[in-house]
Ligand binder design. Sequence first.
Ligand code: FMN
Length: 364
Amino acid sequence: MTDHQAPFDALALRSALGAFVTGVTVITTQDASGKPHGLTANSFNTVSLDPPLILWSQSKKAGSYDTFQQAAEFAISILAEDQIEVSARFASKQPDKFDGVTVERAFCGLPVIAGASAWLYCRTVSRVDGGDHTIYIGEILKIARSGRRPLVFGGGQYLLAQPHHAAMHSATVPTGARQRHAVQLCTPHMQRIAEELDITICAAVWGNAGPTLISWETGPTSVLPSFPLGLVLPVTSSATGKAFAASLPPATTGPFVERELAAALVPQAEAAQQWQATLAQVRASGVALHPPTRFWNDEMLITVACVAVRGSDADAIVAMSAVVDSALPPPVLERACDKLKEAAAKIERLLGFQAELTPAGFLS
Ligand SMILES: Cc1cc2nc3c(=O)[nH]c(=O)nc-3n(C[C@H](O)[C@H](O)[C@H](O)COP(=O)(O)O)c2cc1C
């Protein structure tokens, strides 16, 4: 074999290849003595529908390599999302991987993994040399599907297969699931912004006790003290509360606001006037800000910027907040505001929000 210098190292290669997400299979066969062999493989892919062909590749170093070289047939179990242990077992060098694993033989005579998402029975039609691997092409002779959700693998870790909410038209989302749909649309944006700016982003909904934190996403080093989920925030003195109050009907937020303003140190009329000015500012800028505060367990001084995400009825469904260490330079907060507003606008489009439907009083 020629020795050649690749312009990248093995780690970078693995990392780039890991961006391609796959399912996880266990490929099984048996040797001439009837002993079962199997290994975990994610190199599986479809080749052709007519004739029905698939491929997978096996490392020449695999213990079962000689067996698969000889095998005229093999079976593929496409693992289900709760089969990580099976995947780990068949990726190991354990002498009897089949011990304690429930297999079925009725499907094709070869052992296949019970409880998988789908099964294929194949005849080896070709073995192609592929560097340190051999590529097997198999003709599919028989298929079965369980309907269970498949296990996913990417970036060196196991993942779950979930429908992408951005691909769902909001009109098809049942009314009762709209809030959850909106929250799920926010999640990838929150993850991206948290990673890009290395800050913490949290989401809140308007719960029965007011603005309630429901999720956190953190950047590579932005780990804040463990904020709990379910924390209820004040309306008039938190960025999240202000963002909600600026885009929810006064009938919803009014009782909370009145109670908080009644406890204010300044005269009532002045407090109410200041509050209206705050709401007008939030509506005009699209962002609610809260100045540096010690929060939760007082470990860090944080500045918060919050943007509401409105649905088709123009009411805020979720509020996304950037929680920024106050020691960071101001541009970090500015960029967070821009990114949150940009993300909220995209999500609102998917939720069917139309600015012109916003009640007139809200735009004051
Ligand atoms: C998610 C995952 C995917 C894998 N995909 C492959 C693959 O496509 N081909 C391969 O040869 N090994 C693959 N492996 C590694 C083998 O499963 C592992 O080397 C196993 O020990 C081989 O079994 P054997 O030595 O008994 O043949 C994968 C492992 C994991 C965890």
